[in-house]
Ligand binder design. Structure first.
Ligand SMILES: [Zn+2]
Length: 157
């Protein structure tokens, strides 16, 4: 089984509380844990490729364009200093972007004296229960995110 496919199935069944919007190549969701406030993911629609270079150029270009617009919406909605973009997949080999809003001090003193990728922040802190937004906050975040995403999509035509 694939965790990403499971989440997509939940979206299709209207059972994924983190779902924000469906785009042409993927689904936009808010991350379960919000230590990096505004953390979002963009899940490719199909469990078809494991590498970007396997996609035909047209599909790849559209996937990249949509991911970029999602990242812009995160930036506008949650006001980080910088966005981080990651496409990994050794754990879950289903193309999905991690879009991390970054702020000074967000990995405390971990990494290289507080500098480095999100993954240098301890996993147990990153995924702590206390970082999960409650239902009310999740709804507010999704609303703000969706408003900005719609603006970015409209501006792009
Ligand atoms: Zn999958």
């Amino acid at each position: 089984m694939c965790l990403i496919c499971d989440r997509i199935e939940m979206i299709k069944n209207g059972e994924n509380p983190y779902f924000v919007k469906e785009l042409e190549t993927g689904y936009v969701v808010i991350g379960d844990n919000q230590h990096f406030y505004g953390y979002a993911l963009f899940l490719y629609k199909n469990h078809k490729y494991t590498e970007l270079f396997e996609m035909d150029i047209k599909e790849r270009t559209l996937f990249m364009q949509e991911m970029t617009m999602v990242a812009e919406a995160v930036k506008r909605a949650f006001g980080p200093e910088k966005m981080n973009y990651e496409l990994l997949g050794m754990g879950d080999a289903h193309l999905h972007w991690h879009l991390y809003p970054r702020r000074s001090g967000d990995i405390e003193n971990y990494g290289n004296k507080g500098k480095g990728p999100v993954w240098w922040y301890p996993m147990e802190k990153m995924y702590a229960e206390e970082n999960k937004p409650d239902a009310k906050e999740l709804e507010a975040m999704k609303k703000r995110f969706l408003e900005e995403l719609d603006k970015v999509l409209t501006a792009a035509g």
